[in-house]
Design a protein around this ligand. Structure first.
Ligand code: GDP
Length: 294
């Protein structure tokens, strides 16, 4: 919870002091609130939506006390974020494909998820399909050792889809519950990267038809609204099923979660709140909404 607390300090204190400066609820309160939400990375259209919802509730319930706005705001935000948080990894083996730009926290997140699932008694296999950087393979190997899971790799520069193919074969042979694949995140050749991700997806669909497949996009919360653009691009290439928002322990403003949910309809499944193996929390809409403004 430490990590979330810092996020909370950002928007909450400003919203709170703004609300305290009002004695009655009027239009300028909503205007100021909208502005604060935009500054908190919620995004313009989402901030408008939130305030519209709030106005409606205030009217419907006949609320006149500005002090009641905070609770209503949290409730509204939680409603927007709720649903779809859980991982669907029932079939054996099921697949978690992890995508995102370099530096977002993919490798770290894979390590954390692998460790989590292993602790839950699941047999996990990792696939080092970011073959573009040797360092990426080595780094994932460290996490694999830490989590006590096997990792499938090929030489640097080999075909990522081929690594995924090998990982599927290994997962089947070892009777693994879940395979988690890393992918490249270089942005300088986007078209190429998106084609690579599409090819990996085709291999999975062909080799494991009907398998549960999560495509998790890892986003660095400190990139703010940029994260929304990244999500949009990856969504087109890879059909994202969930978001992992990392670095919420830093100076990040978690408001971007709302913008992503609102504009792309993708649920957040996990949040990263530090660099250590246990610094990954399943996303909880109510807790998150509360933490944003409490
Ligand atoms: P990748 O390039 O996407 O695989 O990113 P990495 O997993 O290598 O992470 C990039 C950097 O971000 C590393 O220094 C990680 O320790 C750090 N990192 C990842 N997740 C978090 C997080 O939730 N909080 C913090 N503070 N750092 C993180």
């Amino acid at each position: 919870k430490e990590g979330l607390k810092k996020t909370r300090d950002k928007m909450s204190s400003s919203v709170e002091s703004m609300l305290n400066s009002f004695t009655t609820i009027d239009e300028s309160l909503f205007e100021e609130l909208e502005e604060l939400l935009v500054m908190g990375d919620v995004g313009v259209s989402t901030a408008e939506h939130v305030c519209k919802e709030l106005r409606r509730k205030v009217k419907e319930k006949g609320v006149t006390d500005p002090n009641e706005i905070m609770g209503m705001l949290q409730e509204t935000v939680a409603e927007m974020l709720r649903g779809g948080e859980e991982l669907h990894i029932g079939t054996k083996p099921s697949v978690i494909l992890v995508i995102g730009v370099n530096g977002a926290g993919k490798t770290t997140t894979i390590g954390k998820i692998a460790s989590r699932l292993t602790k839950d008694g699941k047999k996990v296999i990792l696939g080092a399909a970011d073959t573009f950087r040797a360092a990426a393979i080595e780094q994932l190997e460290v996490w694999a050792q830490r989590a006590g899971t096997e990792m499938i790799k090929q030489a640097e520069g080999s075909d990522p889809a081929s690594v995924v193919f090998d990982t599927i074969a290994a997962a089947k042979a070892r009777n693994a519950d879940v395979m988690i694949c890393d992918t490249a995140g270089r942005l300088h050749n986007k078209k190429n990267l998106m084609e690579e991700l599409a090819k990996i997806s085709r291999v999975i669909d062909r080799e494991l038809p009907g398998a549960d497949k999560e495509v998790l996009l890892v986003l660095d919360a400190t990139t703010g609204q940029n994260a929304v653009n990244q999500a949009r691009e990856f969504q087109a290439a890879a059909g994202i099923t969930g978001i992992v928002l990392t670095k919420l322990d830093g100076t990040a403003r978690g408001g971007v979660v709302l913008a992503i949910r609102e504009s792309l309809g993708i649920p957040v499944k996990f949040i990263g709140v530090g660099e250590q193996v246990d610094d990954l929390q399943p996303f909880n809409a109510d807790e998150f909404a509360e933490a944003l403004f409490d």
